[in-house]
Structures are given as C-alpha cells and as structure tokens.
Design a protein around this ligand. Structure first.
Ligand code: FNR
Length: 186
C-alpha cells in the first residue's frame, strides 16, 4: 500500500534547493510513498492569542499533517539554525496545548545547503524539537546535502550517481521506518 508523507520545506524561495531535494526524493520514493507538499508560506506569525480562534491556514496545516502517515522535514540552515518560517509552522502544528498534530508521527529530516557542513547544525536543533514533540525520527542516514548548481534539475532528476544512490538508500530506510513505527492497516 502507498503511504503518504506530509513534506515541509523550510524555504519559501522559488528556486529552493531544499524543494528540489524534495522533488528528487519524491521521485525516488514513488510508488511506496506519496509526497504531499504542505504550504507554510501563508501562515501568519504564531501568536498564542489566536489559539482560541485558529487561523484557517494553520488549521489546514494540522489537517494535512494528521492525514499523512509520516512527515518529512527539508530544512535549510539560516545562521546555524532552522529558518523562522519552519519553526513557525512547527509551532502552529503543536497548538493549542494538548492538540498537537505532530505527536507520534514517524518523521525524517534532510537538508541542502551551499555550505560545506550543509545544514548539520540546523538539523541537530530540529532533532531536539522533534524529540520534544514526541515524533519518532529516523536517525540514519543523515542527509547533509552540499548543493552545487545542476545537482538536481528542474524535473527532480539527480545528475550525480553517488548522490542518487545515497538518497535512494535514505528513502528505503524512511519507508521501512514508517512501516515499523506505524504499520499499514488492512
Ligand atoms: C544562509 N545560508 C547558510 N548556509 C549554511 O550552510 N549555514 C548557515 O548558517 C547559513 N546561513 C544563512 C542565513 C540566511 C539568512 C540565508 C538567506 C542563507 C545559505 C543557504 O545555505 C542558502 O541560501 C541555501 O540556498 C538555502 O536553502 P534553499 O533556499 O535553497 O532551500
């Protein structure tokens, strides 16, 4: 059976390397996993006053996460941390208190950066957040993709064979992880 994955990309820019990484992973993962990209750019800034009257975009985010079998976070690194837009989306998904959409969902993390240590610092921070949110998160392989122009084309095709094999391995492990944490019913 095909399992569904809610994909959050922590970059809003049109030509985001992390979005390209997501498109490449989606191709490698099909048909075992179906990726559903979740829009986070239309969320207002989190404000606890709005817990009583949740904004529609935040409610939609929570529904999309709840409907998925798993969550994949694709994060850039901004100043050695995860981008504010991604933290904002995570915060919206976690509230109101006791009604988090994240709890128990199997998760995985990957990231692309132009820097040599490609998103390692941001991913460590994200792992701590997901631990707190009670998301069982795949430990290995870690994907710190050092993005160079042309590595992934506009169709989501990976142009380097080593990278392609490595990312295929990541997708295979993530698929098995989802099945282990949350076996398909029926
Ligand atoms: C960056 N970038 C960056 N890269 C990195 O490896 N470590 C870092 O700490 C930072 N810091 C940082 C801060 C800000 C505000 C910006 C805009 C950028 C560079 C980053 O890797 C590059 O912009 C990527 O292209 C971002 O990912 P997307 O948007 O291509 O997915």
């Amino acid at each position: 059976a095909t399992r569904t994955v809610a994909v959050l990309v922590g970059s809003l820019r049109k030509d985001s390397y992390n979005r390209k990484l997501g498109q490449a992973l989606a191709r490698l993962a099909a048909p075992s996993l179906e990726f559903r990209f979740v829009e986070i750019g239309d969320l207002p800034l989190y404000n606890q006053d709005l817990d009583a009257a949740y904004p529609p975009a935040a409610t939609r985010l929570k529904e999309q996460v709840r409907a998925a079998d798993a969550v994949l976070f694709l994060t850039p690194e901004y100043n050695r941390a995860i981008p504010g837009v991604l933290k904002n989306a995570i915060d919206w998904g976690s509230r109101p208190y006791g009604q988090s959409a994240w709890a128990g969902k199997p998760a995985a993390i990957a990231g692309a950066s132009v820097g040599a240590v490609g998103t390692a610092a941001a991913q460590q921070q994200l792992r701590a957040i997901l631990g707190y949110l009670d998301m069982p998160t795949l430990g290995q392989p870690e994907v710190f993709l050092h993005f160079k122009d042309g590595l992934i084309d506009d169709q989501g095709t990976i142009t380097n064979e080593g990278t392609q094999k490595f990312l295929q391995g990541f997708v295979t492990k993530f698929t098995a992880w989802i099945e282990q944490i949350s076996p398909a019913k029926g």
